[in-house]
Design a protein around this ligand. Structure first.
Ligand code: V4E
Length: 224
């Protein structure tokens, strides 16, 4: 039985002493971890330019490939992100080779045990590496579990991520409900003027000028 993909509905807010206190009131600690993300893209940034985000996530000895693609019927342009997270190497290889076109051959047999090799064959390389110390909490809000990740990155940026996971059904109302619930959560915690940006976009804006220009010229980042 194929398992349903999950959609992550996510919103980010500034992380400082004040917001930490507001967010953690009544929350339950899940744990602490160190996460290293290595993002992959082509020389011309073909993956991130389509709003796809491909990374190898390392936690301790564990390594997981993750591809995030915008969820169909998602809230593009709003403060809430809605992405499907894909972790099957074969599916990632299939989607990436399809997107980059013309190089379908061989990737499927290569990818089963060596997605890294298949990606190299497709012209992808390590692009950005970000290390994060993450403190995770959860908190029930209006009958729904909200995950609160407090992230401190190696390059000096810190951010709080609020996330609700929903199953990727044909019916998209669950996704819209989760997005509305996150907005209510933000209001109820007095954080409506405290939006913050993603770790990776902040990294690109401040440290990767070529990548920044590429994302500006396709509208993923606003023109500077
Ligand atoms: C989805 C996405 C990106 C990928 C990485 O996002 P980031 O916040 O750095 O990682 P994280 O911690 O959320 O991963 P998690 O552990 O929660 O799975 S980079 C940008 N986006 C989407 C996006 C976008 N296209 N535009 C804007 C304004 N914000 C976000």
């Amino acid at each position: 039985e194929p398992r349903l993909a999950m959609i992550e509905v996510e919103r980010r807010v500034e992380y400082d002493d004040l917001t930490r206190g507001l967010l953690l009131e009544g929350a339950q600690l899940i744990g602490n971890e160190r996460v290293e993300d290595v993002y992959f893209d082509t020389e011309r940034y073909s993956v991130t330019s389509r709003d796809w985000w491909l990374r190898l996530r390392k936690r301790g000895e564990e390594k997981t490939w993750q591809l995030k693609v915008p969820a169909q019927g998602g809230m593009k342009g709003s403060a809430v992100d809605t992405y499907i997270e894909i972790e099957e190497p074969l599916e990632i290889a299939r989607l990436i080779s399809q997107a980059l076109e013309g190089k379908e051959t061989r990737t499927s047999e290569m990818a089963a045990d060596d997605l890294g090799g298949a990606l190299k064959f497709l012209g992808l390389r390590e692009c950005i590496s970000i290390e994060t110390m993450r403190e995770s909490h959860q908190k029930e809000f209006c009958g729904c579990m909200v995950r609160i990740d407090l992230d401190r990155c190696s390059f000096g940026y810190q951010v709080a991520e609020l996330e609700i996971m929903v199953e990727d059904h044909a019916d998209k109302t669950e996704m819209a409900k989760a997005a509305a619930l996150l907005e209510d959560f933000i209001q109820a915690h007095g954080l409506q003027n405290r939006s913050a940006e993603s770790k990776l976009l902040r990294y690109i804006k401040t440290r990767a000028p070529n990548h920044r220009r590429a994302l500006e010229s396709c509208g993923i980042l606003p023109a500077s």
